[in-house]
Design a protein around this ligand. Structure first.
Ligand SMILES: NC(=O)c1ccc[n+]([C@@H]2O[C@H](COP(=O)([O-])OP(=O)(O)OC[C@H]3O[C@@H](n4cnc5c(N)ncnc54)[C@H](OP(=O)(O)O)[C@@H]3O)[C@@H](O)[C@H]2O)c1
Length: 193
């Protein structure tokens, strides 16, 4: 029950789906949670349930991970209000269809920004705090990183990149006692699918 007592978990995309489920799982273990997303109503509902499930402390940060200022505020508010970061979960994700013939550069930029640039920058921004706690990072990749899906070429490229980022970061940051891992789920029934 108290496995996460005195630990602060920052979850992006905590407003629905897998991120919401992760929030409840950490709440049940007594963690303090920084719940991040864009949808204010959903975040409010998730926060209320986290409190009833046993979270020590909770905050909501309404933020868009495609915006650098928002990502900085996400980390700064977490540290200001909860004191530290022990676990960063890069879960926010955007799924889009499209291949070579029918994909667009707009979708390319959007999906790379949410699924790959944001995890990179949030890891960098959290680094001073993770050094202090000898914390960890969990990146939500996908089984699509290991599959060749012509109709989702942008999305799967972001997840291949995320797997590579995870491995590079694990090697680079291991010297600080920081662990970096990814998970590659198969199909989970959420808004995305
Ligand atoms: N579902 C699956 O089958 C599956 C399989 C493998 C991997 N995954 C991965 O698991 C992660 C979660 O996916 P899910 O299935 O739970 O999807 P989901 O229910 O659609 O949730 C996506 C989350 O990401 C947030 N998000 C999206 N764009 C954002 C942005 N620009 N700024 C801030 N937050 C943003 C959304 O929050 P707001 O709407 O509040 O902004 C939402 O909370 C993703 O990285 C996805 O690629 C999912």
């Amino acid at each position: 029950m108290e496995e996460m007592k005195n630990k602060v978990v920052l979850i992006t995309g905590a407003s629905t789906g897998i991120g919401e489920g992760l929030a409840y799982a950490f709440a049940r273990k007594g963690g303090s949670l920084s719940l991040c997303g864009r949808n204010v109503e959903n975040l409010k509902k998730v926060e209320e349930k986290c409190v009833s499930e046993g979270a020590a402390k909770t905050i909501q940060v309404v933020a868009d991970v495609t915006k650098v200022d928002d990502m900085e505020r996400m980390v700064d508010e977490t540290v200001a209000k909860l004191g530290q970061v022990d676990v960063l979960i890069n879960n926010a994700g955007y799924g889009c269809k499209g291949g070579i013939e029918n994909g667009t550069l707009e979708e390319f930029d959007e999906v790379f920004s949410v699924n790959l640039k944001a995890p990179y920058y949030l890891m960098q921004r959290c680094l001073p705090h993770l050094k202090k706690t000898k914390g960890c990072v969990i990146n939500l990749s996908s089984c699509y990183a290991n599959m060749f899906v012509p109709e989702a070429v942008h999305y799967s490229m972001t997840k291949v990149g995320l797997d590579h980022l995870t491995k590079c970061a694990a090697i680079e940051l291991g010297k600080y006692g920081i662990r970096v891992n990814n998970v590659n789920p198969g199909l989970v029934v959420t808004e995305m699918v």
